[in-house]
Design a protein around this ligand. Sequence first.
Ligand code: FAD
Length: 125
Amino acid sequence: MSKMGNETLKAELGRSAWRVLHTMAGKFPTEPNLDEQQAMQDFIYLFARLYPCGDCARHFKTVLEGHPPIVTSRTTITQWACDVHNVVNKRLHKPIFDCAKVLELWKCGCAEDASGTNSSVSTTS
Ligand code: FAD
């Protein structure tokens, strides 16, 4: 495959991966219990370890060393995700995103129960 093709695929992968990360953060419980906090932390470190673009994964692991995930609430994790995305944006000379707008941009359209936690059974998504 051409260099251009690879770059296009890498960018598509990135857009999809950021969508998953930001929408997961936006659906994280507002007051997560310890098990939920551990699950999010584990997911993020495994995401960095298994991310299929090797150069991106190597860089992202170093980003995590300087910016460990803050999993204590929905607010902290959404801001953290925005911050680390901005670190990658900076590396790629892309515009820095205004993190005050992160929750309004990344909505998944999924059902949510009254406590603000993810529904295990959803009929709308
Ligand atoms: P993206 O950066 O994919 O962003 C998608 C949309 O998210 C934007 O259009 C904007 O609306 C919104 N957005 C932008 N910044 C933020 C923010 N801070 N918070 C919330 N929303 C935001 N590519 C490389 O070439 N080299 C790398 O080292 C590399 N590392 C990556 C590491 C990770 C963990 C991930 C998930 C992706 C990485 N990528 C890397 C891919 C890269 O970040 C982009 O996804 C890709 O270049 C496509 O960029 P884009 O301009 O379409 O927007």
